[in-house]
Design a binder for this molecule. Structure first.
Ligand code: SF4
Length: 504
């Protein structure tokens, strides 16, 4: 159910070489990925003269037929980038959200560029200090401003795009999957050296349009073919001849976010040629194999829709137990409960998930769940099942127990918010009211994804972070947390002292 988490953003960009307006491609490519962030959205196009921008709050809107021409008129040009965002950095009031909406631009001394970004920057204080030397009034509400300004500064210094990107890859710690446009019309994308967030490249079958997308669904809805996933530390630029790929930084370690498989990505997206839903089905089969005693003691499987559905199918296939579709999701309440602010969460869960009492009454139930973060909404659902007469509730969780915060774009940014950071599995079961909680072991999880463990980021379940400052902040803050100190916000936004001590 992924009840509580938030992700940073989704990215889409495209360029057409037959003088066709690009707006339709970036609109649909981005709208297919609105699940990656719904607090704000934005489009930016370029017609070799100027950037045209539309930024607004909430989901990407439907466009009425009568307004189509107006949208195309406001966003002309053959190249464009788009973004959907949830804040994993910055403030959440309306003014800040508007200010933090992407794509963002930066310009100085005749240089100008625009970027759309997915990820999260860890060494924010250091970068802000650096950027302030060239932009004395610099302030930001979104990490993309840091990336855009840092890239502009390096471009001004070297006047060489690849070398500017390479310096950014060395100087920015965190996750960044970026698509952008420069004033001279260069359309580009790059990823941090660990390749933490997804970003793929594809094109139309007639080779007239080239695109970058966080997930493959953004390409699919445009009828594009996927060519490749951008490699960690790779810069990709586009010309009429196609993609030009340059590996700028090679650290021999990939750290693709494992949580994309469990929860975040759309099931019909592909990572390394495997559909996410196939991986989730395997998670379900794994959980059945690992917990045969519980399976023997159960009557039915239910899923908490929709991210638990694929695991439920896998569990049904492996166990022979009926997958009872006893929980139904309201099709038009599109908010992910986890993305909402705390006070909105409970009522939204009640409004969007309905449980069919007669199907669960008197039953021993396995509930498939993608992850348990705070545990509070899982608790609400289990309470509901009990009220409806469920005799037993076993929770099968596809993502291993989350024990630490994420610094790379999923908003579980403190130890205090994680039920798994200070409770054993047995304690968690007691707190949320389940008869048992069965997490998928890390090894089995990784195997099901088709990635080796050393190709995945598993930091939030192992405590081993792929970047050094994140590790240092996590270790120091964990110590303080266990000593009883109160966490005053997202760790990477409150850890200036740690960052400074590392910089020395
Ligand atoms: S810490 Fe967890 S959620 Fe964050 S990038 Fe790594 S695997 Fe993904």
């Amino acid at each position: 159910m992924g009840e509580q988490l938030k992700i940073a953003c989704g990215v889409f960009g495209a360029i057409n070489y037959e003088n066709q307006p690009i707006f339709s491609n970036i609109y649909w490519g981005m709208r297919a990925q609105n699940h990656r962030g719904h607090q704000s959205h934005g489009f930016l196009t370029y017609d070799n003269r100027k950037f045209y921008v539309h930024r607004s709050l909430d989901l990407i809107p439907k466009i009425k037929t009568s307004a189509v021409q107006e949208w195309f008129g406001r966003l002309p040009g053959q190249v464009g980038i788009a973004n959907v965002r949830y804040t994993t950095s910055g403030k959440c009031d309306e003014k800040s959200l508007i200010k933090g909406t992407q794509p963002v631009t930066a310009s100085k001394n005749g240089f100008k560029l625009a970027v759309s970004f997915n990820g999260n920057v860890v060494n924010t204080f250091q970068l802000k200090r650096e950027i302030s030397k060239d932009f004395p009034n610099f302030s930001y509400e979104c990490d993309s401003d840091l990336i855009c300004h840092k890239l502009l500064i390096e471009l001004m210094k070297s006047n060489d795009f690849a070398s500017a990107v390479e310096t950014c890859m060395h100087g920015i710690e965190g996750a960044f999957s970026v698509a952008g446009i420069t004033k001279d019309g260069k359309f580009f994308a790059f990823k941090d050296p660990n390749g933490i967030r997804p970003l793929c490249a594809g094109r139309s079958s007639d080779y007239s349009t080239y695109a970058f997308s966080s997930e493959t669904v953004g390409l699919d809805v445009n009828g594009f073919e996927r060519d490749f996933e951008i490699e960690p530390g790779e810069l990709v630029t586009v010309s009429k001849d196609g993609f030009q790929r340059e590996k700028l930084v090679n650290i021999n370690r990939k750290a693709f976010c494992s949580f994309e498989f469990a929860y975040f990505a759309r099931p019909d997206s592909r990572f390394d040629d495997r559909y996410v839903y196939e991986v989730r089905e395997e998670f379900g089969r794994n959980l059945v194999r690992e917990n045969s005693d519980i399976v023997k003691d159960a009557d039915i499987i239910i899923s908490l829709p929709e991210t638990g559905d694929d695991a439920a199918l896998g569990a049904h296939e492996a166990s022979g137990l009926r997958w009872e579709r006893a929980s139904r999701r309201h099709r038009y309440v599109t908010e992910r409960a986890f993305i909402l602010l705390n006070k909105e969460r409970y009522s939204t869960i009640d409004r969007k998930i309905n449980i069919l009492a007669s199907k669960v009454n008197g039953k021993r139930i396995i509930v498939t769940e993608d992850s348990v973060v705070r545990g509070d909404t899982t608790k609400v659902v289990i309470e509901k099942l009990r009220r409806m007469g469920a005799k037993k509730v076993y929770l099968f969780v596809t993502f291993p127990r989350i024990i630490g915060p994420c610094f790379y774009g999923i908003d579980m940014a403190t130890y205090g918010q994680l039920i798994g950071s200070k409770h054993s599995v047995e304690q968690i079961a007691k707190i949320i009211g389940a008869d048992a909680v069965c997490y998928q072991p890390i090894e089995n999880f990784a195997k099901a994804t088709g990635f080796r463990q050393d190709q995945l980021c598993l930091a939030c379940v192992t405590g081993k972070y792929p970047t050094p400052l994140a590790q240092r902040i996590a270790d120091e803050m964990k110590k303080k947390f266990l000593e009883g100190h109160e966490e005053k916000g997202r760790l990477y936004e409150t850890a200036e002292a740690v960052e400074q001590s590392v910089a020395k």
